[in-house]
Design a protein around this ligand. Structure first.
Ligand code: ARG
Length: 548
C-alpha cells in the first residue's frame, strides 16, 4: 500500500526532479507536511527561494490531494491534506492486512544477534537491554516482510569451564539438582578457589585441555552446565515475553571446528600476521589488532565472531547483519566487520551494523549495582517494577523505558516514573489503548460494531479529528524508519504523540454522545487508533490490554 506521503512525494518529484524531503509539520498552523526543497533548489540555481517556491506551487498538480499550497517564511511550502483524502487513507489503512506497513518486494534474510548471556551466570541488565531491543528489531523487520533469523550467541565456551567443571567434580555436586542461580554460586566458589589455590588452578587449566580435546566426562559436565543455563534463560525469556526460542541458540562453541581453518585461510592469504606469537589482523584506525589465535594457541572471542559472521552470510544467506550489545563492544564489532571485509567473508552486498546501547543507571546516576556491588540480575529488576504495578504493566514500563530513549544513551532505572500511567511511559500507552477499547466496547453493546473491511469516515471536520487522522496515516512511515535506521525511540515518540492526540480528540469531539454519521465516523477513528496503538505496542514487544 502506497502511503499518502509516498504519493505526495512522487507528485513533487515530477516537478522538482529531486527528493522534496517532506517532513511532518511540528505545528498545525504550518499545515500537515512541509517541504524546504525550494530553499535547496534556489541555492543551487542562485535564485530567490520564495520565487522558486512560488514557481513550484504553480506547477504542482496536487489539487486532488491538498488544499491550495502555501508558501511561507523564506520559501517553505506548507501542505494541508484534504479531509476527504485523510478520511479515505485512514479507512484504507484500516482495511489493509498489514495495517499499511510497506512490505519488502523481495524478502531478504536479516540475522540479528542479541541477548547472548553467558553460561553459569544469570542475565544482568546489559542482557536485558540486548534482549528487549533485539526482540523489537525482530518484530519490526518481520512486520516489513523480511525473513529474520535471531541468533543467540551465548557464551558457552572458554577457560572458565575448566574451573567450573573441576569445582563441580571436587564437590561431587549433583548437577541434576542444579539450577541457574545454583550454577552461578558454583561459579563464584570456583573463582575464589582458583585465586586461593595454585594447585586447583593447575587442575582447572588441565581441565580446559580435556574439554578441548573432547574428553567424555568433561564434555558431559560441560553439556549439563549449558542445559541448566539455557533452561534458566528460557524462563527469563518467558517472563519477558520475547520471541527467542531454543532454536535460536547458536553459542560460541558452535564454531569451534571452523576456527583453525579460518586462521589458516587468513594467514595464507596474508591478511593475518604473526605478532609476538599470536596470529592477528591489524585493522587501520585501531591500535590493538583483532586476535585470531593467542600465543598459547587458544582461540577467543574475536575469531569466534569471524566464524559466526561467515556462517551467517554463507549458510544462513544473510543480507543484513545486526548485532545488539552494550556500546562498550563497539570497537570489537568495527574491527570484526573490517576483518570480514578484508577477508571477503562480508561482501559489499551484505550490510553489517552494530547497535550499541547505553548503561542502565541506578537512582544515584551511577551504573546499576546491587548493594553488594555486583551486577543487578534481570529478575531483580522485574521484581522491583512488579512491586509497583501488575506484571503486564511492569513489563511494559521496563520495555518502554529501554526503547524510548536513543539507544546509545544511558538511562536511570526509576520504577516509579516508568510505571506511571501519565507521561511518556509504556503504561500510559497501554492506558490509551484500554480507554479507546472501552469506548468501542460500549458502542458495540449499543449495536455499533465497526467492521474494518468496510468502515467509512464520512465526516472529518473538526481539527482534532483531522490531526488524529493525519497521525494515523503516519504510522507506516514510523515503522519503516525503525526498520531502516534501527531507532525504536522514533516509534515510541510517534505512539506517544498519537496517544496524546487521542486525548485531545476525546476532549474536543464527544464520541458516544454524538449521533448519526458523526458518531460513526468518530467510532471508525477510534477503531483505527486502537489498531495502530495495538500494533505499535506489539512491535515494541508490549501487550495492549483491553482493560486496565
Ligand atoms: N556473551 C557476550 C556478553 O555477554 C555477548 C555476545 C554478543 N554477540 C556476539 N556475537 N559477540 O558480553
Amino acid at each position: 500500500m502506497a502511503s499518502l506521503l509516498d504519493i505526495l512525494s512522487a507528485r513533487f518529484h515530477l516537478v522538482t526532479g529531486a527528493d522534496p524531503e517532506l517532513r511532518p509539520s511540528t505545528k498545525a498552523q504550518f499545515g500537515h507536511y512541509q517541504s524546504n526543497v525550494a530553499l535547496r533548489l534556489a541555492a543551487e540555481q542562485g535564485r530567490k527561494p520564495r520565487d522558486v517556491a512560488q514557481e513550484l506551487v504553480a506547477k504542482l498538480d496536487v489539487a486532488d490531494l491538498c488544499e491550495p499550497l502555501e508558501v511561507a517564511g523564506p520559501g517553505f511550502i506548507n501542505i494541508r491534506l484534504l479531509p476527504t483524502v485523510l478520511a479515505q487513507a485512514v479507512t484504507e489503512q484500516l482495511g489493509d492486512t498489514h495495517g499499511g506497513i510497506a512490505q519488502a518486494d523481495q524478502p531478504t534474510v536479516v540475522v540479528i544477534d542479541y541477548s547472548a548471556p553467558n553460561v553459569a551466570k544469570q542475565m544482568h541488565v546489559g542482557h536485558l537491554r540486548s534482549t528487549i531491543i533485539g526482540d523489537c528489531f525482530t518484530r519490526v523487520l518481520r512486520a516489513t516482510g523480511e525473513t529474520v533469523i535471531p541468533q543467540n550467541h551465548i557464551g558457552d565456551w572458554g577457560r572458565q569451564f575448566g574451573m567450573l567443571i573441576e569445582q563441580a567434580l571436587e564437590e561431587a555436586l549433583d548437577l541434576d539438582q542444579l539450577d541457574l542461580p545454583g550454577a552461578e554460586d558454583l561459579y563464584l566458589r570456583a573463582n575464589k578457589h582458583l585465586d586461593a589455590d595454585p594447585v586447583f588452578a593447575d587442575r582447572a587449566r588441565a581441565r580446559v585441555v580435556a574439554l578441548q580435546s573432547g574428553d567424555d566426562q568433561t564434555r558431559q559436565i560441560w553439556r549439563q552446565l549449558i542445559d541448566i543455563s539455557t533452561a534458566g534463560f528460557t524462563r527469563t525469556y518467558a517472563r519477558l515475553q520475547v520471541l527467542l526460542t531454543d532454536a535460536d541458540i547458536a553459542g560460541e562453541s558452535t564454531y569451534n571446528d571452523q576456527l583453525a581453518a579460518i586462521c589458516d585461510d587468513l594467514e595464507t592469504r596474508g591478511i593475518a600476521t604473526m605478532d609476538d606469537g599470536a596470529l592477528v589482523v591489524f585493522v587501520p584506525g585501531f591500535d590493538a589488532p583483532a586476535i585470531l589465535r593467542n600465543s598459547a594457541g587458544g582461540y577467543g572471542y574475536d575469531v569466534t565472531d569471524v566464524a559466526a559472521l561467515k556462517h551467517r552470510v554463507d549458510d544462513l544467506g544473510a543480507r543484513r547483519l545486526i548485532y545488539v550489545t552494550d556500546a562498550r563492544q563497539h570497537d570489537h564489532f568495527m574491527k570484526l566487520f573490517a576483518v570480514a571485509r578484508l577477508a571477503g567473508y562480508l561482501p559489499e552486498t551484505v550490510s553489517a551494523e552494530h547497535v550499541g546501547f547505553g548503561m542502565v543507571l541506578g537512582p544515584d546516576g551511577t551504573p546499576f549495582k546491587t548493594r553488594e556491588g555486583t551486577a543487578v540480575h534481570l529478575d531483580d529488576l522485574l521484581d522491583e517494577a512488579e512491586s509497583l504495578a501488575n506484571p503486564e504493566v511492569a513489563l511494559a514500563a521496563i520495555k518502554y523505558a529501554d526503547l524510548s530513549t536513543q539507544l546509545h544513551k544511558d538511562y536511570v532505572f526509576d520504577p516509579a516514573r516508568m510505571t506511571a500511567t501519565t507521561g511518556d511511559t509504556g503504561p500510559y500507552l497501554q492506558y490509551a489503548h484500554a480507554r479507546v477499547s472501552a469506548i468501542l466496547r460500549r458502542a458495540a453493546a449499543d449495536g455499533d460494531v465497526i467492521e474494518d473491511a468496510d468502515a467509512t469516515i464520512t465526516v472529518l471536520t473538526e481539527p482534532a479529528e483531522q490531526w488524529l487522522a493525519l497521525l494515523l496515516t503516519r504510522f507506516p512511515a514510523a515503522v519503516a524508519e525503525v526498520a531502516d535506521h534501527l531507532t525504536p525511540h522514533k516509534l515510541c515518540g510517534y505512539l506517544f504523540e498519537l496517544a496524546t492526540q487521542l486525548s485531545s480528540f476525546y476532549e474536543q469531539c464527544p464520541v458516544l454522545k454524538s449521533e448519526g454519521e458523526v458518531r460513526h465516523s468518530r467510532l471508525v477513528l477510534c477503531r483505527a487508533t486502537q489498531k495502530v496503538l495495538a500494533s505499535g505496542l506489539g512491535l515494541l514487544g508490549i501487550a495492549a490490554p483491553d482493560v486496565m
